[in-house]
Design a protein around this ligand. Sequence first.
Ligand code: MEV
Length: 312
Amino acid sequence: MKSTASAPGKIILFGEHFVVYGSGAILCAIDRRITVTAEETMEKKIHIISEIGSLKAEPGIPACDVDCILRPLYHLADTALRSHGIPGIKVTVKSEIPAGMGLGSSSACCVAGAAAVSGLFSDYSREEILHLAVNAERTIFEDTSGADCTVCTHGGIIRYGVDGHEKIDAGQNLGIIVASSGATHSTKSVVAKVKRFRNANPAEFSGMCDAESDIIRDVKELLEQGDIAQLGKKANQNQRYLEAIGVTNQTLQEMVRIGQGASAGAKITGAGGGGCVFALTDGGPAAADAFREGGYECFAAGIDSDGLIVFN
Ligand code: MEV
C-alpha cells in the first residue's frame, strides 16, 4: 500500500520571531511544493530517501540519535509503526523548495509527511494532520510557533495568532519577489539568539512585540484593500524591528536596501541569519531587475491556495 501527499512552501510576510512570543504573523503559501510518498514494507526498517539525505534504520531509535534533517520524518514513521503494528515504512521526498532558505521546506515536509504516513492507515482531517506535523517539527525545533506548518496545511494567505488562524482574501495586485542570499540558516539557532536578545532587553523587546501586533492588525486590512504602497511601508517598519533584534547580516541588509529602492517595501522573510528577503510590488519588473543586477537570484512567488493535497 502507498500513500502520497504534497504541501506548499511559505513565506512570512509579517511577524516572524515576534510570533513566537504571541504577536501574531501574516504568512503566505507559495507555489513551490514538497511531495512525500509513504509505503508499507515487509522489511523491519524505516527507510527515508530525499535529495538532502537518506536513512535506513531500525524502528524505535530515540529521536535525538536520528540525523537532524530527517528526524521529523523518522518520528512520523516510527510513531505510525508503533500504533499500527506493521513491519516497516519507506518514505520518499521530492522537493521544489530549497532547504534552509526560510521558504518552509521543513514545515512543508512535516505536513506532507504526516499526511502521507497517516494516509496509509486512515483518512485524517487537516487539523489532525497539522497537529501531527507540528509535533514532528518539534523534534528538531521545540520552540516553533506552529505558524509555518499552519500555512503549509491550509494554503493561501493567513493571519496566525494565539487565537488561531484565519484566511485573508488579498487583492489581486499583490506581487511578491523573493530573492535568495544563497546562505542557509538554522531557524533553531536564530530563534535562540532572539531569546537571548529578549532576556537582555525585556522592555525594548516587549515594546516591539506590541508594535508588531499593531502591524499584523493593520496589514490584514491593507491586504484586503490591496494597498501595496501602505503594505510596503509596513514591511519596512517590520524590517527595522528585525534589524533591532539582530537577525540580519550585511548581505541581507544590502538585499533589503536593493528591494526597498525598487519596490513598495522589502524585508527579510523567515528566521533571517541567511535565507531570503522579499519585495512587495504591484507586478512591475523593477524589483526583480534590481535584485538580478545586484547579483541575487530571485523569483516571483505565486500564492498557493490549495495547501495540503492528499492523493490517495
Ligand atoms: C521561521 O520560519 C519563523 C519563526 O518565527 C519561528 C516560528 O515561528 O516558529 C522565526
